[in-house]
Design a protein around this ligand. Structure first.
Ligand SMILES: [Zn+2]
Ligand SMILES: [Zn+2]
Length: 179
């Protein structure tokens, strides 16, 4: 089954992209998003796989440092599954519900989006920097999703949100400079 998460022809590494690197790689390895004996076969069946550069692939399987990346991909896999097969039950098929576990890194962290105005007012310059970096990271995550999933309308809207918030933050920075 062809991947529903990542187009191999793009030549990109799924995790390099998450860090903003969209270049084509000379060597790419196939990685099944939900691994383990039974789940690997299921990942194949449902198209839950991505392409990784050898360094990222090795890190995911061989080291503790790869744990976060591993979860990031698993989460994206369940997301893609939900979008592509809305009538299927991921949990029943794979025996776990990755998205329900909120200790995992989120693809786009929306928790503090609502109160940006208040946060901006209260923040010192370092705080503003932190807010800006968070939004940039969100925007990058959205672009990553748009690049890999192509037709993800949600990701496009999220990118729009993040962009609007970045404008707000920049306006606050300008106001402070002027004042
Ligand atoms: Zn990579
Ligand atoms: Zn793998």
């Amino acid at each position: 089954m062809k991947s529903i998460m990542h187009d191999k022809r793009d030549g990109t590494c799924y995790l390099c992209m998450a860090a903003g690197d969209y270049t084509r790689k000379t060597i790419l390895e196939e990685h099944h998003a939900i691994h383990g004996t039974a789940n690997r076969r299921l990942s194949e069946k449902w198209g839950l796989k991505v392409y990784l550069c050898p360094a990222h692939h090795r890190r995911i399987h061989d080291s503790k440092d790869g744990r976060k990346d591993d979860l990031y991909i698993q989460r994206a896999a369940q997301d893609a599954f939900r979008e592509r097969y809305p009538h299927e039950d991921f949990r029943q098929i794979f025996g776990k519900n990755i998205l329900a576990d909120d200790t995992l890194p989120s693809v786009s962290d929306t928790a503090d989006k609502s109160c940006l105005d208040a946060q901006l007012k209260a923040a010192d310059d370092d705080g503003i920097n932190t807010l800006m970096n968070k939004r940039l990271k969100q925007l990058n995550d959205c672009i990553h999703q748009i690049m890999t999933k192509r037709f993800s309308k949600i990701a496009v809207f999220e990118a729009l949100d993040s962009t609007r918030e970045l404008v707000k933050i920049l306006e606050e920075v300008e106001r402070r400079k002027a004042g």
